[in-house]
Design a protein around this ligand. Sequence first.
Ligand code: ZN
Length: 452
Amino acid sequence: MPAPLCAAFTDTFAAVALVVFAAALVSTGAAAGAPVPLLPNDAAERIAAKKPDLFKHLPASGDVPDGVVALTAKAADPVWHGEDSSVETAAPVRQGDLLALTAAVRGVSRYGTEPKILVKLQGSDWAGLIRGEIPATGEWRWVRLLGRANKDRDAGELRLHIYPAYGCQAFEVRALSLENWGGAPKDSLPPLPETQPAFGGEPPVPPDAPPPPPPVALAPLSAADRARPRRVMLKLDDVSLRSYRRYDRVVKFLAEKDIVAGFGVIVSSLEAAPADYVDWLKRNARENGGRVEFWNHGWDHAMDGKLKIDEFKGSGLAHQRENLAKSQDVFRERTGLSMCALGTAGNSWDANTSTVLSERPEIRVWLYGNPRDDGGKVVLRRSFNLESSVGRISFDKFAEGYSKHRLDDYAVLQGHPNMWNDQSWAAFKKVVEQLLADGWTFATPRDFADKP
Ligand SMILES: [Zn+2]
């Protein structure tokens, strides 16, 4: 076996693996032979050579197998280096072949984020065979990703990409192997070693990152600017039976600050909901003296990235009509409240959305909707962002966007309280305090409907 492959296992493990695999063959009757290594012997070296400022080849020594370490510290944000790390396969693959990628990995982040290593195996047509995000914890761990070939492919036609992503500043990959197990069933592969690799050594250290750009300073506004009438709506998405308790601290904070917000409800969650959830919605509704106006966030929030079909995009006129009707009706039946605004899952829509909205006179506001075909609704646009990425708030990033819009007539700020960690929660409170200090009035969809 070539170096990167045989280096994947200690001698003991290889022996155990052979026994287990032989047993699996007997029990399943599969006619698969030994796996065919797909990576060239010098895969790690080649990956390293592709991008010498990012990767460094670490040759095998003693018990430590061949490996490649990637270092990047360009920014606090994910850095994508897919093309740079690709390596081509050394043997052909036939349709239905089981491909197994095995490696030992560890990674570090200096930004307090959870580092992840992204692994992709793609054809020259970009068709994915294997895709995985491996959490890298600083401790060595074995990982294995599996995939089946969707068609015949020649040697060299598959490309393996390994790169740091999602806050990973440095990672180390050793004992990397990619094997073709032919028609073997997935559960017939030898198990990964029960103990994590003990390759030792200090975890990779990211080089010094360039200092982050200085935060944008928000100078106090003049009294005249503060007094200009401007409305801001907090568009807080994804209330459901599963998530609603995570909105409690927001509700409490709204009361503390004497402000209001709009919460988007995924209405299918009300179909067979316990009384607690229904009571919570009723109690917090502005109509009943609460701080929240609930708006329609769709029936099921369906989003299918693969098929490129969302609940209100590409799903067809009849489907959109039915889901809009169901969500309006079930919400009213269960809570006695009505919703006067729609904000779709993923803020995606198509021409049918305008049509079905035009059939519902009780809906008067369309959040982040289509300004060119508004279905007769008040369309509220997105200008600057509360969250720097979905579910995360950084006050400095907010300030950067907000600094150009401090005197806008209105703003709709989208957030996902169900996803906020303590840092995001603290940043959210700081954002609200900034907006209050700047003289904004907090509003809900109905305010915009009544006075566009
Ligand atoms: Zn949503």
